[in-house]
Design a protein around this ligand. Sequence first.
Ligand SMILES: Cc1cc2nc3c(=O)[nH]c(=O)nc-3n(C[C@H](O)[C@H](O)[C@H](O)COP(=O)(O)O)c2cc1C
Length: 244
Amino acid sequence: MNVLIVYCHPEPGSFNAALKSVAQEELERQGHTVAVSDLYAEGFDPVEGPAHYSQRQRPDYFSALTEQRSASDQERLPSEVAREIARLERADLVILQFPLWWHAQPAMLKGWFDRVVVYGGLYTGRCRYDAGYFLGRRAICSVTTGAPASAFGPGGRGGNIERLMWPIHYSLYYMGFTVLPPFLSHGIQGGGLSYQAEAGFQAHLGRLKQDWTKRLAQLDCDEPLRFNGWADWNEDGSMCRQPH
Ligand SMILES: Cc1cc2nc3c(=O)[nH]c(=O)nc-3n(C[C@H](O)[C@H](O)[C@H](O)COP(=O)(O)O)c2cc1C
């Protein structure tokens, strides 16, 4: 299969970079083809706005949705957006590798969604959710956090991780992806910030790399996350059946 790793971290020596390399090596060892979108290294601009559209559909008023749809229809999307879409279209599996920053993905990755998932091209009113563009493809988030695992349960100090992950998971589902449970690496305080002794910390990182390798070898056994779909909604978007 073809795999795309969307990797979002500014530091090549980071643990996120290490997890990206672990995934690339393991998936290639399994015989898969792996492409990497290295958002920082490639200088991806995550800020959607008028500067990206030289030939505007509406020069008087900037509407991102109008300009995205028009540029997509006329095949004149910004080149880095077209490149990311081409990478996504080739991928059977998409891995998003990022650190938890302010209880969510870094702005760089949020902006990647804002710009790359273009209205008209990758979704429309009916082409969403379980009728989405990427139906049949899988996606998984691999996320590192500074706080320890114990802090991420319901009511925990770090925030309920299921709730923190919900917006990005729902965005992936909106695109049509089958979303696999995330791979979470907790307690990562790299760059000299570690709370524990260096040897223990390195052993912790080593175990997480092994766990990620094992998880990647068993992705076919993963039970996907469940979301409501079109059959669960009334015409006005309200729910007509019990939520998942
Ligand atoms: C801007 C910023 C915000 C952060 N917010 C959180 C947070 O909300 N929760 C958390 O557990 N860690 C948070 N952290 C810590 C990072 O998640 C942690 O440093 C990272 O996962 C470590 O991986 P790395 O060594 O690859 O950077 C934050 C770090 C930064 C720089």
